[in-house]
Design a protein around this ligand. Structure first.
Ligand SMILES: [Zn+2]
Length: 381
């Protein structure tokens, strides 16, 4: 009986396919091109993503500025922690944040109000701590998305829920003794296992406290970089006190940091803040893509694509990379991309696929074969 039932299932499926493909109003016309559109896993079709983070308070110290210069000179980016107390510290940072960090896209992750163990706080105290932090970050014009727990103490569910209730979208852990699985969104995963317990690789010189489970130098980092790309995953590296050779907590040498940057740059990574990668994943998962195809005497003339995630556009403004199949008659043709978004976008007409970037705010992007576009412009004048 069971076997008979199993045999019936494929037959039933086949009936459905035949019903929809050969008859009725859904019958596709030979001339109608059906697009295959999707959001690529990572921005600009990179193989993997990486966020380099510096869990080290004074972003405006001489030492930090030396770090920032090495990062920015290579076209990369690094995140800094943000603690909202005491006030005189962030007041002293405000000018530097405004004049240097924001224009150079150096972003921050929330780190609470005080640098204390948030697992030891009540749920309400955790909410208060991260809410204060969020408020000060917003007042300085910073993007508030990602956070990390002071001392990595986000082990309690109450702490994680408190961080979420304060309005952050992701939380990074810190486990110097664990580097077994730092890969986020490996392979087919589309949502992290726990948005508020993201793993990280702890970068720490062996001379700090002989901790071999931390990543001690570039040579040890390389296999993790390669594995991240092999899994099309997202890796977060956490540094403390880069360039300090004294006993500052968790220090890491500048020489190794620079060679880490070189190894990252040599690979196909989307190097982005935890904020931007978090936003990309949220938007990608909620993006609804609709398309309409304009057909002329020579086949497909224009494809209009609308991408909408139904999220608040003031925060969720990370562009997504859209991939679509190129109609046969477009292979080798010049394609013009027309939309109101001022974000840069890229087209890679590699014979079968076409890519462009757009913010998922409901805007329609028009992809037009150039000769058709010229005709439209003339008609409108
Ligand atoms: Zn910290």
């Amino acid at each position: 009986m069971k076997r008979a039932l199993l045999l019936l299932i494929p037959l039933w499926l086949l009936m459905c396919i035949l019903t929809f493909s050969c008859a009725g109003p859904n019958q596709p016309d030979d001339n109608i091109y059906v697009t295959n559109v999707m959001v690529t896993k990572w921005y600009n079709i990179h193989e993997g993503a990486i966020s380099i983070t510096h869990d080290y308070g004074p972003v405006n110290s001489d030492q930090s500025q030396a770090v920032l210069i090495e990062v920015l000179d290579r076209g990369l980016t690094i995140d800094y922690e943000f603690l909202s107390a005491p006030q005189h510290i962030w007041n002293s940072k405000a000018t530097f944040i405004n004049e240097f960090c924001i224009p150079n896209n150096v972003q921050f992750f929330g780190h609470g109000h005080l640098h204390n163990d948030h697992d030891a706080l009540s749920y309400d105290e955790v909410v208060t701590s991260f809410s204060l932090c969020k408020g000060v970050m917003e007042s300085l014009g910073l993007k508030v998305v990602a956070a990390a727990y002071p001392f990595g103490r986000g082990h309690e569910e109450e702490t994680r829920l408190g961080l979420a209730a304060a309005g952050f979208l992701s939380g990074r852990r810190h486990h110097p003794g664990d580097r077994t699985d730092p890969y986020i969104l490996a392979n087919e995963e589309s949502v992290p296992e726990d948005w508020f317990a993201l793993p990280t690789l702890v970068m720490q010189d062996i001379n700090f406290n002989n901790l071999e489970t931390a990543v001690n130098d570039t040579e040890e980092l390389i296999p993790f970089l390669d594995e991240t790309l092999a899994k099309n995953a997202w890796l977060i590296t956490t540094y403390h006190a880069i360039g300090h050779t004294d006993s500052t907590y968790g220090f890491y040498t500048m020489d190794n940091f620079i060679s880490d940057l070189e190894e990252i740059k040599a690979r196909d990574f989307w190097v982005a803040s935890m904020n931007d990668v978090t936003l990309y994943i949220y938007e990608r998962n909620l993006a609804v893509i609709s398309d309409s195809i304009l057909i002329g005497p020579n086949g497909v003339e224009e494809i209009q694509i609308r991408v909408e995630d139904d999220l608040d556009d003031t925060l969720f403004s990370q562009p997504l990379t859209i991939e679509l199949d190129v109609p046969e008659e477009w292979v080798g043709a010049n394609i013009e991309i027309i939309s109101d978004t001022t974000e840069t976008r890229q087209v890679h007409p590699n014979h079968t696929k076409l890519y462009f970037n757009t913010i998922p705010n409901g805007e329609i992007t028009r992809l037009v074969k150039v000769d058709v576009a010229n005709k439209d412009i003339t008609n409108n004048l």
